[in-house]
Design a protein around this ligand. Structure first.
Ligand code: PLP
Length: 452
């Protein structure tokens, strides 16, 4: 029963990213059921899912056909190794399907278990690539403040969110550049000048560290957990051009932006006019129905990685679950649904409506900025709209807004002073209207409670 489950959880489950002061006080909220855009808790309360689980349930909940595909694969052949040239049909089919969907030059796929392991594997492949080219000093990776790339030690080191890493060591392989934060850009700078400023910083950093010591630049096309930050126009393509000129690989972490969230299977080329050497995906790849990550590699890189080295020359990296048949079967069915139901088209149609309706919340006292693109949005809460000063951390404003929304039947994600909205990609205009009405009340209630 509910109380028994709650107690077992409190006694035994260490939750990821737990604030123990809240956990000891409240324990967990048990989500037990789901259907389409809804999830339900153990007490039978139903909520609109405003976060697609965790930026991942792109096709929505309760898709029986994905469950069936997984069950069929699990009963036929749940697992066998993909090491040493062994393979399985779903992994092979999925690799070919990803090559078909991806930008034309990305035709080779390395599977992992999720986003962190995709990024981790990527850095190993990048180092392997430069070692094979006889350029072993090209090791350092450029990332950005407030980037989120995961929590294995390498992925956490790429991550630039200070509060994530304050109790951990990080690997001294990464240099963090400034985030591209248009809302908090230096006073008096136009967006175009801000872009120049960020590009200058990159050029100066390359000069300081030496291009011979830099292997790659990694970025999310829109920074996600770091605050849904949309870079100034032209930023990504200018960065890529500089990387190219310095033989620095350009890696796009599309763990969130991939599989439809911005209206395309891959946002890098379609939205940001870049041709990354490597694209990483996870989350929406299987819509979260099974753990899976993938690293898509360009033909040029593959040519170097795959040059035979003779006996003993093995590309010795990979996971037991690389190309897991059940996860790959889930991903294949998920992709079939996205294509068959025109889910990217839905995002292109409803996404701008979501953006415009969320912007009607700007009049609330705490709402400083409403930003993002399509089904990847955030609201930044502030104490003062003119100075953009933040409320004190103890006010827990993001938590307050999320709690007020949840009371009214909507789950959104609090991240510090922000609230993130990253729904399943099947929201309609009607759902958007219902959600914005709830948020309107939630922000009003938050303002009242902050004054109480
Ligand atoms: N990269 C990005 C952009 C992410 O948002 C995340 C997770 O939120 C990750 C990587 C890590 O993925 P995972 O939690 O599956 O390891």
């Amino acid at each position: 029963d509910a109380q028994d489950l709650w107690q077992k959880d409190k006694n035994h489950f260490i939750h990821p990213f737990t604030d123990f002061s809240l956990f000891h006080e409240k324990g967990c909220d048990l989500i037990t059921d789901s259907d389409g855009i809804y999830v339900e808790d153990v007490h039978g309360n139903r909520f609109i899912d405003g976060i697609a689980g965790l930026w991942c349930v792109n096709v929505g909940h309760g898709r029986a056909e994905i469950g069936q595909a997984m069950a069929e694969q699990a009963t036929r052949m749940a697992y066998f190794s993909t090491f040493n040239n062994l393979s399985n049909a779903p992994a092979t089919e999925l690799a070919a399907k990803l090559a078909e969907l991806a930008p034309a030059h990305l035709n080779h796929v390395f599977f992992s278990c999720g986003g962190s392991t995709a990024n981790d594997a990527t850095i190993r492949l990048v180092h392997y690539y430069f070692n094979r080219l006889g350029k072993p000093t090209k090791k350092r990776i450029l990332s950005r403040t407030n980037a989120y790339h995961g929590t294995t030690y390498m992925a956490a080191s790429l991550t630039g969110i200070a509060s994530n890493n304050w109790q951990f060591d990080t690997l001294d392989l990464v240099t963090h550049l400034s985030e591209a934060n248009c809302y908090r850009r230096p006073e008096g700078m136009s967006e175009a000048e801000y872009c120049d400023h960020l590009v200058d910083e990159l050029e100066q950093t390359i000069e300081r560290l030496g291009a011979d010591n830099i292997a790659a630049f990694i970025a999310e096309p829109i920074m996600g957990a770091g605050g849904v930050l949309v870079a100034p126009q032209g930023y990504h393509s200018r960065v890529q051009a500089i990387c190219r000129a310095n033989e620095i690989l350009f890696i796009a972490d599309e763990v969130v932006t991939g599989f439809g969230r911005l209206g395309h299977f891959f946002a890098s080329e379609a939205v940001f006019d870049t041709q990354p050497d490597i694209i990483n995906v996870a989350k929406g790849l299987s819509s979260g129905y099974a753990p899976l990550g993938a690293t898509l590699i360009s033909d040029d890189l593959y040519a170097v990685l795959s040059t035979p080295q003779g006996p003993g020359g093995v590309l010795s990296t990979g996971f037991t679950y690389s190309g897991h048949p059940v996860s790959c079967a889930a991903a294949l069915k998920n992709i079939e649904i996205i294509e068959r139901e025109g889910i990217c088209e839905n995002v292109l149609e409803v996404g701008p409506y979501l953006e415009s309706q969320l912007k009607t919340l700007a009049s609330h006292e705490t709402v400083g900025d409403i930003r993002g693109s399509h089904f990847m949005m955030a609201i930044e809460n502030v104490a003062n709209k003119t100075t953009k000063a933040l409320l004190p951390v103890e006010a827990r404003v993001g938590d307050r807004v999320a709690a007020e929304a949840q009371k009214r039947g909507l789950i959104i994600r609090p991240v510090g002073h922000l609230n993130i909205i990253s729904p399943p990609l099947i929201w309609t205009r009607q759902v958007v209207d219902d959600v914005v009405a709830i948020l309107d009340e939630a922000f009003a209630a938050t303002t009242r409670s902050l004054k109480a």
